[in-house]
Write a protein that binds this ligand. Structure first.
Ligand SMILES: [Zn+2]
Length: 85
């Protein structure tokens, strides 16, 4: 169970990354460390929840100061991928 709504503010953790799904448009999303490491559905707030996690593409972390860009393989629920067109 989560403890949202207990009066503490949601922690704005995460990384803004470029998401390049196997299917669909490249877009910018915010992910948590879990999502970045392929341990949680990358769809995040729009996640339909449940079901099998499958490879869904890569996200690319970028920096504004000329550092290298890294690609991370990410996963999503089959259900969530089906909902993305
Ligand atoms: Zn999901």
């Amino acid at each position: 169970m989560s403890n949202l709504g207990e009066g503490s503010e949601p922690v704005p953790v995460g990384y803004v990354v470029e998401y390049r799904p196997f299917a669909g448009d490249v877009r910018e999303i915010r992910v948590t460390g879990e999502q970045l490491h392929g341990q949680a559905c990358v769809i995040g707030a729009e996640c339909a929840g449940g079901g099998e996690l499958v490879d869904s593409g890569h996200v690319y972390t970028s920096t504004s100061d000329g550092q290298p860009v890294y690609g991370w393989p990410v996963v999503a629920h089959r259900k969530c991928l089906a909902g993305q067109s």
